[in-house]
Design a protein. Structure first.
Length: 155
């Protein structure tokens, strides 16, 4: 098998060739996917920490009615609690990335519900930031699925 560029995730063809090759390389590839899922969850947790710090100040500075009936303290509390929970799943993702990333996705969706209910328009509901977060968490889920489907994964 040709050597893959350093830092590049394996393609399905590479993974098939790994199953025919050395078992140590297959385990190394599983660990890479677990670390990739953990890094995606760390990124999501950092984005929630930044959101919980900056967004309440922006809500107070914007004229009333533009962002809807959004409470800055609720945004702050939800962001910090969800960020803390997702930070805890970062360590868990090293051993079971699929379950950790699905739990993180559920935590994020639950924490973002007040914005969707009380916000006005794209800006008030935070749809752009939610799309970015769902992309990051989706990457973690995909890495978890690949980690689980590689041979040698525990059920």
């Amino acid at each position: 098998m040709k050597e893959a560029r350093r830092g590049r995730l394996a393609t399905p063809t590479d993974l098939f060739q790994l199953t025919l090759g050395e078992p140590g390389r297959l385990e190394a590839e599983r660990k890479r996917y677990a670390r990739s899922a953990s890094r995606a969850l760390i990124s999501a947790a950092l984005m929630l920490a930044v959101r919980g710090t900056i967004l309440p100040f922006l809500i107070l500075k914007v004229p009333t009615g533009i962002l809807g009936n959004v409470d800055p303290s609720t945004i702050e509390l939800n962001s910090y609690l969800a960020g803390g929970a997702i930070t805890a799943t970062c360590v868990w993702a090293l051993s079971n990335p699929l379950l950790a990333s699905v739990v993180s996705l559920i935590v994020y969706l639950a924490a973002s519900a007040p914005d969707l209910i009380h916000g006005n328009g794209v800006l008030g509901k935070g749809l752009i930031s939610k799309a970015v977060m769902l992309t990051i968490l989706g990457r973690a889920v995909v890495c978890g699925v690949i980690h689980r489907t590689l041979p040698g994964a525990e059920p």
